[in-house]
Ligand binder design. Sequence first.
Ligand code: NDP
Length: 461
Amino acid sequence: MADFDVDLFVVGAGSGGVRAARIASSYGARVMIAEEYRVGGTCVIRGCVPKKILVYASRYGHDFEDAAGYGWTLPDVSFDWPTLIANKDREIDRLEAAYTTTLERFNVKIAKSRAVLEDTHTVRLLTNGERVRAKTILISTGGTPQMGAKIAGVEHVISSNEAFHLKELPKRILVQGGGYIAVEFACIFAGLGSQVSLVYRGENILRGFDDDVREHLRGEMEKRGIQIITKQTVSSVEKVEHGYDVCLSDQTSIIVDKVMFATGRHPNVTGLGLETVGVKLSETGGIAVNEYSKTSVDNIYAVGDVTNRINLTPVAVREGHAFADTVFGGKMTAVDHANVPTAVFSEPEIGVVGLTEAQAVKQFGVVDIYKTSFRSMKMAVAARATRTFMKLVVDGTNDRVLGCHIVGADAGEMIQLVGIAIKMGATKADFDATMAVHPTAAEELVTMREKAMSYGRAAAE
Ligand code: NDP
């Protein structure tokens, strides 16, 4: 051991890396962590946290409108983007400081530098050339926006990274992509008053989500005035006198003030020396790891988005923790990646856990579907047309709930709790036996009795 400067060297101080460093240290390991940008990583610095702050801001517009239905008369309201951005930045600074303090409290040495692997036990810090010998190395470098093919004018296009620092709110913005980030930012900008066009290459947004959820959200986004253009891609972006002329694959063009691509994220695997030390990549471009997050090199591990498994903060945190338990805590711990609940902070919000209708039918054959769409009490009085959607996907042979899909206010909060029930193997009968909380929207989850659809029953009987 004397041979090594540290027991653990962590490359990347995001959600996964910070958790791993802290827990490893609590087991007595000597830990060093390198971060080339800001401590906190994507989630804290330019992802979940600042995004949620913008989401909160964007929802006030509708809240002010809804207030009228409840008897409130408000003076003319106005919105100031620079105030929002400054307040958001202050909160991010606070969180970065808190993350740094936590690491220091756990005696984790922080190197503000890019780190490159020179051999399986040596990491070089690029800021000062220092070489650190480590018994174990953890790579938790996250991911970075990928902008797709090099179309003409791509240099004018921003990613979500820059969207957090715009000097002013664009009056007109075009967002390309149909995933989490595109949908969330389209709703944020629309809520704040921008005119938004969302361009997606496929048939419908949010590929991989339940088809009813995709349809429902699309309808709600369109009701809010977001223009959704499908089966198109952006083929060029040209700077013109007042904004940008965006040409689509069908040769139509749209003039906007900003163009943002949210066309996926790529694992940060380049320039780390991975090839030099023999760390192999998976087919999806992330670092290939086993169930304990070990790479193809015995003493090198990887967690979080850089492994391209499920790219969500809580998953990275859990993987980082499990790695530390396994390597430094003497407890072999594999992360269970099944039934991970997730939310899309669109407007309205999506919360899902488990299988979609199509996945369940494919995997289980005999499947019952329960679903409902309704105008919540709050929306009825507010006289807004927004509808909530809920669906339960049930295994028809043993009554187990395989999936739950919600589109509506607070869907993210609801799905966290439904996630526990589904993880425990709850049946539809368990849902039915649970007393409703009245009057709430969530009570619909325990009061759906009529099957909307049954698959495979005749074949099974
Ligand atoms: P996603 O993978 O979710 O979506 C990428 C979108 O871009 C898809 O609609 C994809 O289309 C489209 N696309 C990809 N390449 C091209 C191209 N060359 N031209 C045109 N369109 C293209 O990535 P995001 O960037 O939205 O998000 C990255 C990850 O971050 C997510 O997977 C998610 O795990 C995480 N995230 C989670 C959030 C949350 O938990 N609320 C919020 C934000 C991000 P197609 O569907 O056809 O492939």
